[in-house]
Design a protein around this ligand. Structure first.
Ligand code: NAD
Ligand code: MG
Length: 302
């Protein structure tokens, strides 16, 4: 067994050498922030993700597809053969343009639909436009999210609480409801939750509640839509290096050490979670529904 020592340590190289580790520079951006201004820039799989037709011919709508986890999913879905519509806020056009180019470079149709999902009427227009321009809809990724830390419940305003719930919970409800007019048997809905649903931080009181709501929504809807052949799952990321964190998601001193407490000693890069979404989206997972898949660098929480 001592021979094991001579086995190349590719796991260690992959997990601790190739990816950025803390400390990171402090870097505050106003919400919603731009991935393009982060130091270091996150890896969304732009140069690394290789597809193999796992989503050939599928049509996907991804919210928050301009940056972070949503961008990594958009790149992966396109390289797996899907046409992709992304939603984002108008202030994020610069990030979104890069994603649109990457989807087109993969030879797939790309549709950009900016707008604020805190409005029910926009959510309905978003789904309709995506389905019309893509000529159908098979995959829905409810990924957009608002995370603004607040030290005390006494300082958490009704407006902030409401904005977090509108973005993370109501929009998911409105978009999913509208999408059911288009989703066929075999369709897959994937919601982005968080480890915050299970281990809520004291400074993310409102956000953590929304992420727990997403878990319950996912499990309930999976039961409701099972008979229609539509699967509903969630992904629960732990610390991922995205602009959400630098634009009010965490205090700046936590940015410096971001991901340090994960057993792998660093934050994940968005490219490292895209594969979970691809697998949940793909017909390979046709018997998987109502599940929450976690990727948090090794705590074993879920
Ligand atoms: P991100 O900032 O790159 O993506 C979030 C996106 O949400 C933004 O790009 C924006 O387009 C969208 N958004 C926010 N408010 C919106 C609104 N009102 N209307 C339309 N779009 C809006 O950060 P990310 O970390 O990739 O976030 C993606 C998802 O991952 C979020 O749901 C987040 O809660 C979740 N998550 C992230 C982490 C992490 O450590 N980064 C951990 C757990 C869960
Ligand atoms: Mg963004």
């Amino acid at each position: 067994m001592s021979d094991n020592k001579s086995i190349p340590t590719t796991r260690n190289e992959t997990h601790t050498v190739q990816f950025p580790t803390p400390p990171f520079p402090k870097q505050k951006q106003p919400f919603p922030g731009l991935a393009g201004k982060m130091i270091p820039r996150p890896d969304h799989g732009e140069t690394s993700y290789k597809g193999s037709e796992r989503l050939a011919g599928k049509k996907a709508l991804i919210t928050g597809g301009d940056s972070g986890i949503g961008r990594a999913v958009a790149i992966a879905f396109a390289r797996e053969g899907a046409d992709v519509a992304i939603n984002y806020l108008p202030e994020e056009e610069e990030d979104a343009k890069e994603v649109i180019e990457l989807i087109r470079a993969a030879g797939r149709k790309a549709v950009a639909i900016p707008g604020d999902i805190r409005e029910e009427s926009f959510c309905q227009r978003l789904v309709k436009q995506a389905a019309q321009e893509l000529e159908g809809l098979d995959l829905l990724v409810n990924n957009a999210g608002r995370q603004q830390y607040c030290e005390s419940i006494k300082d958490l305003s009704t407006e902030a609480f409401d904005a977090t719930f509108k973005t993370n919970v109501y929009a998911m409800f409105w978009i999913t409801k509208a999408a059911l007019d288009y989703l066929p048997r075999g369709a897959s809905i994937i919601n982005t939750s968080s480890v915050q649903a299970y281990l809520p931080s004291e400074i993310l009181l409102d956000y953590a509640q929304t992420k727990a709501a997403i878990v319950a929504f996912t499990k309930s809807l999976a039961k409701q839509l099972g008979p229609e052949g539509i699967r509903v799952n969630a992904v629960a990321p732990g610390p991922y290096w995205t602009v959400l964190q630098c634009s009010g998601g965490q205090p700046q001193e936590k940015i410096e050490k971001f991901g340090e407490s994960a057993p792998l000693g660093r934050p994940g890069q968005p490219a490292e979670i895209a594969g979970l979404y691809v697998t949940l989206a793909s017909p390979e997972s046709s018997f998987t529904s109502g599940q929450v898949w976690c990727s948090d660098g090794g705590t074993g929480t879920l």
